[in-house]
Design a protein around this ligand. Sequence first.
Ligand SMILES: *Cc1c(COP(=O)(O)O)cnc(C)c1O
Length: 368
Amino acid sequence: MKVPFLELKPAYDELRADVDAAYRRVMDSGWYIFGQEIEAFETEYAASVGVPHAIAVANGLEALQLVLMAARIGPGDEVIVPSHTYIATWLAVTHVGATIVPCEPDERTWNIDPARVAALITPRTRCILAVHLYGQPADVAALRALADPRGILVLEDAAQSHGATARGIASGALGHAAGVSFYPSKNLGAFGDAGAVTTADPALADKVRTLRNYGSRQRYHHETPGLNSRLSELQCAFLRAKLPHLAAWNERRRRLAAIYRKRLTGLDGLTLPHVPAWADPVWHLFVVRIPRRDELAAHLARGGIASQIHYPIPPHRSGAYAPLGWEQGSFPLAERLAAEVLSLPIGPHHRDEHVHAVCDAVRAFLGA
Ligand SMILES: *Cc1c(COP(=O)(O)O)cnc(C)c1O
């Protein structure tokens, strides 16, 4: 059985009537930027997260950058970020000119480790940018216990965690603000680039709103040097068509993850992520850890099973950060994860049989 990693077309097939209607509604309106669709999407998305404010923007990277800009974080400020994440988390900090302070992951959850964060706080620390990696919520409550008394902001990179909850609170509502991406392959994806900021802070929301549109509240009055990070009416209309289905799609992912966990737990040489009792992940990716990673990926490929690596090069070892001079060995846990993680196929349109076929192949590889 061939198992694709993730296919995007089935979501369109499932919602074809609604998506096509959204397209026609916008095209016929003759209004393509800042109209009814963005207003409605922002209201509906904020309600789904459980925060008063959502601000739709062009992509996830700029969502994070805009939050940092709105919080006036910049040169001389330190921002603690996970050493093990997608590079966009780091780039948002770099683009505002602040200093990156990488923090190694918890060895069981692979998310930022609050115990290690404590040791990295200095008088210059302005912000902790937590990532809910692979769809599993980071321990924002533990981070806030450290940060709140010191006046340090806790922000969320919620690009992989639409619908995930921690102690019943949705990702995107756990920190002071969050940046989210609706890149097509995310759990909630547009048909193109898209992103949003969510927050309960009205002043921060107002700043992000201004900054995403050339720093302008009133046409041709530019209060502050902003970006052009507007999200089109079309993408907002498409996202409105998909948002009501997010919960069911996440439920499918949870069911498939449960099959993986049932069939792959306790195998020699293979480690699955630990899920704390308070966390309800949405399995953006199903990642396993295995020292013989490249051999397993090749074995799966021979059987027609696609897999991917998230991510093969940790940010500190990528060309973008070469000027900072972090040698191999600077962040050994991130480096080890980069060498050992493998993402197995998971998505709302995979069938149980797909996941069973992957499990059979993984077990055969391990001689289990
Ligand atoms: C996808 C992603 C982003 C960036 O989102 P874009 O919409 O591609 O800019 C940021 N952080 C993480 C963890 C992501 O997975």
